[in-house]
Design a protein around this ligand. Structure first.
Ligand SMILES: Cc1cc2nc3c(=O)[nH]c(=O)nc-3n(C[C@H](O)[C@H](O)[C@H](O)COP(=O)(O)OP(=O)(O)OC[C@H]3O[C@@H](n4cnc5c(N)ncnc54)[C@H](O)[C@@H]3O)c2cc1C
Ligand code: SF4
Length: 345
């Protein structure tokens, strides 16, 4: 098993694929475009993860250290793949750092891009500093500063979390559900209540999708134990009344207009296709699905496959995924790639 498997992307999916391969002695070339490994949970400074409750820096940090310390994994950070030629079992690849590597197969674990809330301007992001995103609140918590209003640093008395920002929104070309943001928001709401017991936290939603076992653990627990309030609403705009941020829209259960002041409004942002997917599609010769994520092979017996033989895919590169699922898909892609590596040996 001397020939390497190329893993592109050092987030949860790529780290899991690399670790699985290394654990049975398979050589891996791991290429990450950023300076550090860890993917979105590390790069965006997530706080405590759903559902483990572990700090992202610890849980994903462990995966990073395991890859960095492995003798079978050669890590290239601040690097991209510029060319992939050859056949399954015998590819040749060029990296932007000047390295050329011959690899048996490729695993794309290139992940997603966070939705940029400026693409939803009527909801106030960019117009007032106290309209923030879930990632910003995660960073406030993980940095130890705690939840605060960026405008003047004060602790908020009233927080609104708006769900489905950049998801399930055909007007801005994003019809998919980002899968994890309801649960992440319920978790964040509980963390805010824990830090600031006097702060009222409201979640404004279209539907709640705390799927599977998360319903009890997050949706009901946040209401019953932490007194988080859920309001079914259609939000029209977020403005500023000179003192506080104003949420305007309609409470769709009682069918009444609402105009409510808050200290802090949080956008629960969704998961967009990796902004570089056109380039990735060109370099690796793989097709994208209509929304712009990497197209996964349709058959159950080749779940990690792409449109190009010998090139596999895992994690949020194929669409919104949780960390658990990204890790599992990384392992599945490793198995598929291993088959190719073993045949080539
Ligand atoms: C606000 C928010 C909070 C979340 N919290 C949770 C949570 O608590 N629990 C949970 O299960 N899920 C959570 N998620 C989802 C979680 O972020 C994803 O499941 C996870 O990051 C997917 O891992 P990945 O490795 O597939 O992709 P990513 O984490 O996106 O990693 C991809 C990696 O590939 C690199 N890369 C990209 N393009 C290239 C390229 N061309 N060349 C080389 N490298 C490249 C990137 O720099 C990155 O390091 C959250 C999502 C959001 C939006
Ligand atoms: S998980 Fe919830 S917040 Fe996220 S897109 Fe789906 S319904 Fe909206």
């Amino acid at each position: 098993m001397s020939q390497s498997v190329l893993v592109v992307g050092g987030g949860p999916a790529g780290l899991s694929a690399a670790k699985s391969l290394a654990s049975i002695g398979q050589n891996v070339t791991l290429v990450e475009k950023e300076e550090i490994l860890g993917g979105a949970p590390i790069l965006s400074g997530y706080a405590k993860l759903v559902p483990s409750g572990e700090w992202a820096s610890e849980a994903i940090g462990r995966m990073v250290r395991s890859a960095e310390n492995s003798k079978s994994i050669k890590v290239h950070t601040s690097t991209k793949v510029t060319e992939l030629t050859g056949e399954p079992g015998n590819f040749s690849t060029k990296l932007s750092n000047g390295t050329e590597v011959s690899v048996s197969s490729v695993i794309l674990a290139t992940g997603f891009t966070h939705f940029d809330s400026v693409n939803k301007p009527e909801w106030g992001f960019g117009s007032h500093p106290d309209v923030v995103t879930t990632t910003q609140v995660e960073q406030m918590i993980s940095s130890g500063k705690g939840v605060h209003c960026p405008s003047d640093g004060r602790k908020p008395d009233r927080v609104a979390i708006l769900l489905c920002v950049g998801s399930r929104d055909r007007q801005i070309g994003r019809e998919w559900c980002s899968k994890i943001c309801c649960t992440v928001s319920a978790n964040l709401a509980m963390e805010i209540r824990e830090e600031l017991p006097k702060c009222s936290v409201y979640i404004y939603y279209m539907d709640i999708r705390t799927f599977g076992l998360y319903e009890g653990q997050y949706y009901w627990r946040s209401q019953e134990e932490f007194k988080v309030k859920y309001i079914k609403a259609r939000i029209a705009e977020v403005t500023f009344d000179g003192k506080r941020v104003l949420l305007k829209g309609e409470d769709t259960l009682v069918k009444r207009p609402i105009s409510i002041p808050f200290d802090l409004v949080v956008h629960a942002i969704g998961m967009d296709p990796n902004i570089e997917n056109q380039d990735i599609s060109r370099v690796f010769g793989v097709e994208l699905e209509p929304h712009g994520f990497i197209q996964r092979a349709p058959a159950y017996d080749s779940i990690a496959g792409t449109s190009r033989a010998g090139v596999y895919v895992a994690g949020a590169a194929v669409g919104p995924e949780t960390i658990d699922d990204s890790i599992a898909q990384g392992q599945a892609a490793a198995m598929a790639a291993l088959g190719m590596a073993t045949n080539a040996a």
